[in-house]
Each structure stands twice: as structure tokens, then as C-alpha cells.
Design a protein around this ligand. Structure first.
Ligand code: PGA
Length: 256
């Protein structure tokens, strides 16, 4: 039991056209759009943000993007900025996802620029960290996570930090069906909270929501969400169907 409001975010990745996204979110809004015990955010691809924004209007479901550029505007072909996302009523943005890091070469330094730009523009970062299988097997998990957290959050002010959302996503658990054990997840979550205490303060660390991500499903969610330092989930595959996503929100309500 904690005072932090549980948080469930759907990361649709490169799935759903604008029309398909509206259909999905319509069902989500019908099922959980009125409850406010758990914070619910959907993160469609850029092309569906505007239509999904209209579909969630008047409900408690919030909108996030999956990435953004750190500059506000300029000659950055193919990129989208924080003010552009704000203009579409996005309130959150996923930053530093492992797919951005590994497939698109995003470094801790780049992710840090994005985190600072998001905060400057009143977008809440859902800042992702996590180790690869090789790093876990060599015993480097905590060190890797520490480096990602410290570099990714460099320059974030104490006054801004409580609004951050962190996501621990072991890379080997993403989309693989291999979920971290509750002990593995809780260990890293508690470690991250300790890092936040060192970087900011105990008060801030107690406020920041730390989500688990990596093959989270209705079947494994209750046990994960019952852990002291697991404040919700960043959901990929299971966020693409209303039924499983709603079940995850329901599990979070039950765990609150
Ligand atoms: P998954 O993805 O739930 O499909 O493992 C999680 C994520 O990448 O955010």
C-alpha cells in the first residue's frame, strides 16, 4: 500500500492507424474512462495522436507520445517537437525506450536533452531504463541502470523531479513473453528509488512513480503490482487490445 497513485500506460509502438486507434481507445474510455483511482495514459504513434485526443476528450484517459525531438522547431526532417505534442493535448512522452536506444542509436546524452526539453514544455517524461540479457548475466544490472538514471536525469531540478515517471524495462523481457520475477523487478525498483533519493531527496523519491515494463499481462500483473516499489506498468503487446489493457487497469485499481 502506498500513497502513490498507480499508473498504467499503453505503448502502442508502430501499431494502429488513426482509425484503428480511435476504435481501440473508444473501448478503453467506455470501460475505464470515468475512474480516477489509477492514472491511465495511451501512447499512440504520432499519426493517431490528434484523432485519439478527440476520442479521449472529457474522459480521465490521458495521451502520450512515444518520442520527440529536443528542439522546439527547425530543420530536423522527420522529427516532432514538444510544443507540437502539447498543441495536440499530449501530456506525457515516453523517452529513452530501449527500442529507441538500440535500433535508433539514442545515447544517454540525447535522452537527457529530451527529458529536459519535455519538462520545459510541461510534458511529463515516462523515462525508460533497463539492462540487456548479457548485462544481467554478467551481474551488471544495477550499474547499467544507475548510469542510465544518472545520465538521463542530469540537470533535472528538484522542483521538477516529482513529476517524472520512470519505467524499468529489462530489455530481455520486452516483447519476449519472459517477464522478470517479482523479486528481480522489486530489487531494481527499490534501487532506482534509492538513486532518486540520492539525486533529489527522499520526499521526491517517495512521490515518483516507477513502472515495470516487459511482457506485463493480466496474468502476471497482480503479483508485480503488489510489490512495494512497483507503481504501475508500461504495456506494449497487451495494450493493443482493449480487453487486456482494461484488465491491467482493473488489476492496478485492485492493487492500489
Ligand atoms: P511488451 O513491451 O509489453 O510488449 O513487452 C513493453 C514496452 O516495450 O514498453
Amino acid at each position: 500500500m502506498s500513497s502513490r497513485k498507480k499508473f498504467i500506460a499503453g505503448n502502442w509502438k508502430m501499431n494502429k492507424t488513426s482509425a484503428d486507434g480511435v476504435t481501440l481507445v473508444h473501448d478503453i474510455v467506455l470501460a475505464v474512462g470515468k475512474q480516477s483511482d489509477v492514472e491511465v495514459v495511451v501512447c499512440p504513434p504520432f499519426t493517431a495522436i490528434e484523432s485519439v485526443a478527440k476520442a479521449v476528450e472529457g474522459s480521465e484517459v490521458k495521451l502520450g507520445a512515444q518520442n520527440m525531438h529536443f528542439e522546439a522547431s527547425g530543420a530536423f526532417t522527420g522529427e516532432v517537437s514538444a510544443p507540437m505534442l502539447r498543441a495536440l493535448f499530449a501530456t506525457h512522452v515516453i523517452l529513452g525506450h530501449s527500442e529507441r536506444r538500440t535500433i535508433f542509436g539514442e545515447t544517454d546524452e540525447l535522452v537527457n536533452k529530451k527529458v529536459l526539453a519535455a519538462l520545459k514544455n510541461q510534458l511529463r517524461p515516462i523515462f525508460c531504463v533497463g539492462e540487456t540479457l548479457a548485462e544481467r548475466e554478467s551481474g551488471a544490472t544495477l550499474k547499467v541502470v544507475q548510469t542510465q538514471v544518472e545520465r538521463g536525469l542530469a540537470g533535472v531540478g528538484k522542483d521538477q523531479a516529482a513529476g517524472l515517471i520512470l519505467a524499468y524495462e529489462p530489455v530481455w523481457a520486452i516483447g519476449t513473453g519472459k517477464v522478470a520475477t517479482t523479486e528481480q523487478a522489486q530489487e531494481v525498483h527499490a534501487f532506482i528509488r534509492g538513486l532518486l533519493t540520492n539525486l533529489f531527496s527522499d520526499l521526491v523519491a517517495q512521490k515518483v512513480r516507477i513502472l515495470y515494463g516487459g511482457s506485463m499481462k493480466p496474468a502476471n500483473a497482480p503479483e508485480l503490482l503488489a510489490q512495494k516499489d512497483i507503481d504501475g506498468g508500461l504495456i506494449g503487446g497487451a495494450s493493443l487490445e482493449a480487453r487486456s489493457f482494461v484488465e491491467l487497469v482493473t488489476a492496478a485499481i485492485a492493487a492500489k
